[in-house]
Design a protein. Structure first.
Length: 256
């Protein structure tokens, strides 16, 4: 992926006042709680206080066919499909998805993409830290040392592979070993809010835009350093319609 980012406009996350904020998590969810099932409730100490919900696990999707919900392979793009976001543990999250498609999937689930501010608040935890688990990087805590087998699957292409839509969206990539992990499989990649995998595994699209470019955060299984460390990882490099094997998402929602 390094070559991909060499040809991309990279914007690093600037420090903001959010680093001083304190947050509380409410475990109440589901019917009668402030958040739908599978979401964490977060309240800021802003005046007036703000609260919102965020998926505990990276998003997967189901296809909507009339009134039926049909499973969708997370290794296949969702182009021209109507899909609904799902958040649950122990499943392979959806890669190969664009910001526009992720936004539509969240909307179908009566949720929305997180703002960049909401995403970073949740990632850094109750006492803001660089990684969900603390300030020092710890090997093996998150899925951040994998390797996409682009060269093996595309012999002879060299760096041209990074400009190839077909090669970058090859379902075989994330079906390979040492790539994307099931949600929650890295049990230590969790913050005090009980939210998993916000660093590594898959990039996560947010609601933020910079012109026609979308913003994704958190890095993925092969890189959580290049565009900022851990929760500070932020890339503004691709059009909102762009997707590849590394692009995923999670949803937020307003608290009830």
């Amino acid at each position: 992926m390094a070559a991909l980012y060499r040809r991309s406009a990279i914007v690093l996350l600037a420090a903001t006042g959010a680093s001083c904020s304190l947050f509380t998590a409410n475990s109440s969810e589901g019917r009668g709680g402030p958040c739908p099932s599978g979401m964490a409730h977060i309240t800021t100490d802003a005046t007036p206080p703000r609260s919102y919900c965020i998926d505990r696990w990276e998003g997967s999707v189901v296809e909507l066919r009339g009134k039926k919900e049909v499973g969708h392979a997370p290794y296949e793009p969702v182009t021209k499909l109507k899909v609904k976001a799902i958040s649950k543990p122990g499943v392979v999250p959806q890669g190969y998805i664009s910001k526009n498609e992720a936004e539509a999937a969240c909307k179908a689930a009566k949720k929305r993409l997180c703002t960049g501010e909401e995403w970073q608040f949740a990632c850094r935890g109750r006492q803001p830290t660089t990684f969900p688990y603390g300030d020092e990087r710890k090997d093996g805590y998150c899925n951040d040392s994998g390797r996409a087998p682009l060269a093996r699957l595309n012999p002879g292409m060299g760096d041209a592979v990074y400009a190839s839509h077909d090669a970058m969206n090859d379902p075989r990539i994330n079906r390979s070993e040492n790539t994307v992990a099931r949600t929650g499989a890295f049990s230590k990649c969790k913050n005090a809010f009980g939210v998993y995998d916000m660093v590594g595994n898959l990039h996560e699209w947010t609601a933020d835009v910079n012109g026609s470019r979308g913003v994704f955060r958190g890095g993925y299984y092969q890189d959580t350093r290049l565009n900022g460390d851990g929760c500070k990882y932020k890339t503004v490099a691709h059009d909102v319609s762009y997707h590849d094997y590394s692009t995923g998402f999670r949803c937020c929602a307003d608290a009830r």
